[in-house]
Design a protein around this ligand. Structure first.
Ligand code: NAD
Length: 353
């Protein structure tokens, strides 16, 4: 393979696999670099025979040498960096992996991209882009009367996870400002959809319902998150690659703020219709309030006007996306079974992000 359209990191994760499914279905060639941590799933991408279209490297992005060799061999036109440790609870109990993968790992991606980019001719250098996929959590917690935060919002991360992602964003900005590396940063809201590791709120709730187990809800469940269907996030990333400005940031959200308890209640009521419990019981009878997460942010909300001005719109309504998601987990219940022993078993067992 001489040139590859996309190098994706974290491509066996929840969002990365959705991105690669999209890219391959649009006939792009893809290199996937993933360490295969607990949250990855190798079944989320069909095995492809055509090595010209898809190659996978089981590699840690902290391994600088391996990254250089992959860049050198596959000469990507675009790099989309998603690989990260992603679960807030795990970051509270064990921040080290987050510092390594999310800060040192991003530094390595920047460094490898920069050395590669410098080696390109003018025409190729003009086209190259590095997208760093980040989170709304870097902006910290909003109060109920704050307006949704735009790309100029101050960074106020509150958890080791969000602090590590904020550091990653700052490195990206610095590599653009200092070295002119064509970096674009995207900050997205809570994603939902198929293939998400079942320690996150939506698959966790579905999993608990399907097993008739207690559904843990942090505090009083009043925390507000802004939800986007994963395929909409993916089209947002691709829109930013096509139309976005180098060196800028783009929020990718769907203007869909919901309280955690309302997310859980809606899942329960959809399941009451799709898979009624015995004896006229309702799934919301399984709801169990548990002690709140330390430093739990009360609200995230993104202003998405900048990406909308590029001509992007989310396609999935909340109800449609959630129903599709729930049906997928019902039809693929072996996914929930297979990795159940890997679900976080620390002090904060069963709590939600
Ligand atoms: P995920 O946990 O499902 O997947 C992460 C992937 O990265 C896994 O396949 C894992 O094996 C890989 N990985 C982790 N550390 C690695 C390393 N050192 N080297 C190589 N691969 C490594 O995460 P996700 O939900 O798909 O999130 C992807 C990106 O999007 C992350 O950067 C995350 O911060 C960001 N994000 C996610 C959400 C969300 O709601 N899921 C919201 C905002 C931002």
């Amino acid at each position: 393979m001489k040139k590859t359209d996309f190098l994706v990191t974290g491509g066996y994760g929840f969002i990365g696999s959705s991105l690669i499914r999209n890219l391959l279905s649009n006939d792009h060639s893809v290199i996937n670099v993933d360490k295969l941590t607990y949250s990855s799933n190798i079944n989320s991408l069909e095995t492809l025979e055509d090595e010209k279209k898809y190659r996978f490297y089981k590699e840690d992005i902290c391994n600088e040498k391996a990254l250089f060799a992959i860049f050198d061999k596959y000469r990507p036109l675009n790099v989309i960096h998603l690989a990260a440790e992603t679960h807030v609870d795990r970051s509270i109990d064990g921040p080290e992996n987050f510092i390594n993968s999310n800060i040192l790992g991003t530094y390595n991606i920047l460094n490898a991209s920069y050395l590669f980019w410098k080696s390109l001719n003018d025409n190729e250098r003009e086209k190259f882009k590095l997208i760093l996929v980040s989170t709304d959590e870097v902006y910290g917690s909003l109060s109920s009367d704050d307006v949704p935060i735009d790309e100029n919002g101050l960074y106020k991360p509150n958890s080791p996870y969000s602090a590590s992602k904020a550091a990653s964003d700052h490195l990206g900005r610095a590599w653009f400002k200092t070295y002119k590396l064509p970096v674009i940063i995207t900050n997205t809201t809570n994603n939902y959809g198929p293939w998400q590791f079942p320690e996150k709120l939506i698959p966790l709730t579905i999993n608990k319902c399907l097993k008739y187990e207690k559904i843990p809800v942090y505090g009083d469940g009043s925390q507000i998150r802004d939800w986007i269907y994963v395929e909409d996030h993916v089209t947002g990333i691709l829109k930013v690659i096509e139309e976005g400005n180098i060196g800028e940031k783009y929020n990718i959200g769907a203007n869909n703020e919901i309280r955690n308890i309302d997310v859980v209640e809606l899942i329960c009521s959809i399941l009451d219709n799709l898979k009624p419990m015995k004896d006229n019981l309702k799934y919301n009878s399984l709801i169990n309030y548990v002690d709140d997460r330390p430093g739990h942010d009360s609200r995230y909300s993104l202003d998405n006007n900048k990406i909308k001005n590029l001509g992007w719109e989310p396609k999935f309504t909340w109800k449609k996306g959630l129903e599709k998601t729930i049906k997928w987990y019902i039809d693929n219940s072996e996914f929930l079974e297979k990795d159940v022993n890997k679900i976080y078993s620390g002090e904060r067992l069963g709590r939600i992000t």
